[in-house]
Design a protein. Structure first.
Length: 143
């Protein structure tokens, strides 16, 4: 109110443009175009799975809090994902077929050797003997 009279519109004190009288009732004498106040933003806080509440902060603080908080949201921007690229698959190297050059003891000879060892020494020493023959490359443990 100016001198007890409630004007419908008033003039901005900076640019002399008209502005609504509600701004004067709130205590502002300049229009929104000339205002230097930053717009208010918010940050949503979730103390539990549900029941979040809003904290009113400045725009820059809201952006920083949303960056730090994994559940922070921004109304105007989508989540920022890393760019997805598909790299060409390398061709596999050609397999060089090489025949096996190892000479193993024949099945019959190996069986006779092991049976003789078994008859002389028993079961457990024969198992150790078989492992020794395999590790030295004398016989393969394949069928």
């Amino acid at each position: 109110m100016i001198n007890g009279i409630k004007p419908k519109t008033i003039q901005c004190s900076m640019c002399n443009d008209t502005m609504p009288s509600q701004r004067l009732e709130l205590g502002y004498t300049i229009c929104t175009k000339c205002s230097t106040e930053e717009k208010v933003s918010c940050h949503t806080i979730y103390p539990h799975k549900t029941g979040g509440y809003i904290q009113v902060v400045s725009k820059s603080e809201s952006e920083n809090l949303n960056r730090l908080d994994r559940r922070g949201t921004s109304v105007k921007s989508a989540p920022k994902y890393k760019p997805f690229t598909i790299e060409p698959k390398e061709e596999p190297k050609q397999y060089k077929h090489r025949p096996c050059n190892k000479q193993y003891t024949s099945y019959d000879d190996a069986l006779n050797m092991v049976n003789k060892y078994y008859d002389e020494w028993g079961y457990k020493p024969t198992i150790k003997y078989l492992r020794k023959l395999n590790s030295s490359g004398t016989i393969p443990l394949l069928t």
